[in-house]
Design a protein around this ligand. Structure first.
Ligand code: ZN
Length: 215
């Protein structure tokens, strides 16, 4: 087995394992959500269209070239271009997109700022996500949505799609998964405390975290 083949096998198994973990904890439901990994040769593995993250088959994952053409496996998710948008980032090795309840709920609140949808409530949120721009509603799979995501993806590793869900890129699938989980838990915290006027980390504390752990 060549190096690339063994990497692909490992990443296929990782996508299925992470998908099952996210689905079984209710972080996305039905056939929503999709995952991808960029391999060392620049091709991508991606979850297929209409697949349930809890029941992925490693042999049926979509294998795409860098331009999104299908090389093998089932047809990819209709949201494939969301992933491609984030691979404009040289540091992006994986992308996770979920329809997670609390992040979507935050996107529905009139007071949620579009330039940064979640406040710095915890240190780990700042370290793993940092800033979360929110895009207005566009129909899923539409060219307008992909154009809007492409506009923010080079400057941000995460974006919240209003009335839809978050997209997060990471160096590895595990990095993207952990950042997504931090984002979803921070959204849950925000919904729990927002009516009490919570304290957030100060600008100085956020700057210090960025300087120590920066992204
Ligand atoms: Zn979606």
């Amino acid at each position: 087995m060549t190096g690339v083949q063994s990497e692909a096998t490992r990443q296929r198994d990782a996508i299925c394992r992470v998908g099952h973990s996210l689905f079984s904890r209710g972080l996305t439901s039905g056939s929503t959500g999709n995952l991808s990994v960029r391999l060392g040769d620049g091709t991508m593995l991606m979850t297929p269209t209409d697949s349930c993250l809890g029941e992925l088959d490693p042999a049926r994952l979509s294998h795409l070239d860098a331009d999104g053409r299908l090389l093998g496996g089932d047809a990819p998710t209709k949201e494939a271009r969301l992933h491609q948008c984030f691979y404009c980032r040289p540091d992006a090795g994986a992308v996770v997109h979920l329809h997670s309840t609390h992040a979507v709920a935050v996107s529905l609140l009139p007071e949620t700022p579009a330039d940064n949808a979640l406040p710095p409530l915890t240190a780990y949120y700042v370290m793993r996500v940092g800033t979360l721009p929110m895009l207005p509603y566009f129909p899923p799979g539409s060219g307008e949505l992909f154009d809007a995501v492409a506009d923010v993806a080079s400057a941000h590793q995460a974006v919240l799609l209003a009335h839809h869900g978050p997209v997060v890129a990471g160096k590895t699938l595990q990095d993207a998964q952990y950042a997504m989980e931090e984002l979803e838990e921070t959204a849950r915290l925000q919904l729990l405390v927002r009516s009490f006027g919570p304290k957030t980390l100060s600008a100085t504390e956020v700057e210090d975290l960025m300087a120590r752990f920066g992204r």
